[in-house]
Design a protein around this ligand. Structure first.
Ligand code: FPP
Ligand code: MG
Length: 302
């Protein structure tokens, strides 16, 4: 008699590895070096410095979940990483967090100087929009426009820029409330993670109800991601993080662990992940990657 085989558990490590390789190839091909070489080298230095590539993978996975293809989502996946990378280049500048290390390498301004680092960030931001507009295939134009509009809102004062401003204003203050902290994080980090998922859905042709549900999944994992980031800043080493550890305490930043303690912060992150996973109930086995990514966010070590 043939042995009955149970469906094997989803192998997230292989999934992330496979998708990351595809993203690395696409990013490498996205930005050739032309004249003036220095700016392209600076842009490529940070764009190709590794990293988890979580945002592109969320976009690819969501598009795939809804029946879309890689050629529909890869240009947006690359654009999300260009935007994320530019925000880190600017975040590390002396005028902001003044950091020397990122992704295990010297920060962009340490290698290329502040002037070029600012321009490399600007170049990546502008190119992200050009890349989505010119490279996306097999997607209805109105859906491409919707993705571009959402990307714009995500990086602007309603998103990353707004979150960063409140973050800078909150430094050194001892009376930051959980509500302000959540505003900072939903804007500075959550907005781009949410747009990563939602853009994947829009590119696959999702309707507004579906977009809404997946957006709630993404908001939950976005906040959990930041809570875990705050915990890792305390518990992980510079080698594990690829960037300076213990910075939040040194900069007297309000964090979730400083408000709630590490144990309670971890509980809150797990609750958010459980709610995120609940939102995927209708998709069955097909949503295994998004479920596993959600769980990975709380278990990650860097
Ligand atoms: C890292 O946070 C920084 C961000 C997630 C984004 C910062 C946003 C900006 C600099 C605005 C960029 C401009 C545009 C136009 C998008 P962190 O300092 O808490 O984390 P870290 O320890 O990784 O530095
Ligand atoms: Mg920083």
């Amino acid at each position: 008699m043939l042995e009955q085989r149970k469906p094997s558990a989803f192998d997230l490590a292989s999934y992330l590895q496979d998708k990351k390789e595809l993203v690395e190839i696409a990013l490498d091909g996205s930005l050739p070096i032309v004249r003036p070489e220095k700016i392209y080298e600076a842009m490529r230095y940070s764009l190709l410095a590794g990293g988890k590539r979580l945002r592109p993978i969320l976009c690819l996975a969501t598009c795939e979940l809804l029946g879309g293809t890689e050629e529909m989502s890869m240009p947006t996946a690359c654009a999300l990483e260009m935007i994320h990378t530019m925000s880190l280049i600017h975040d590390d500048l002396p005028a902001m967090d003044n950091d020397d290390y990122r992704r295990g390498k010297l920060t962009n301004h340490k290698v290329f100087g502040e002037d070029i680092a600012i321009l490399a960030g600007d170049g990546l931001l502008a190119y992200a929009f050009e890349f989505v507009a010119t490279q996306t295939q097999n997607v209805a134009p109105q859906n491409i426009i919707e993705v571009i509009a959402r990307l714009g809102r995500t990086v602007g004062a309603a998103g990353l820029v707004g979150g960063q401003v409140l973050d800078l204003e909150s430094e050194g203050k001892t009376d930051i409330t959980a509500e302000t902290l959540t505003f900072i994080h939903t804007h500075k980090t959550g907005a781009l993670l949410e747009t990563s998922v939602v853009s994947g859905a829009i590119l696959a042709g999702a309707g507004s109800e579906e977009v809404q549900k997946l957006s709630q999944y993404a908001q939950n994992i976005g906040l959990a991601f930041q809570i875990i980031d705050d915990i890792l800043d305390i518990t992980a080493t510079q080698e594990e993080l690829g960037k300076t550890a213990g910075k939040d305490l040194a900069a007297q930043k309000a964090t979730y662990p400083s408000l709630w303690g590490i144990e309670e912060s971890r509980n809150q992150a797990q609750q958010l992940i459980d709610s995120a996973i609940d939102k995927l109930a209708d998709y069955g086995e097909k949503a295994a990657p998004l479920r596993a990514i959600a769980q990975y966010i709380v278990n990650r070590k860097h």
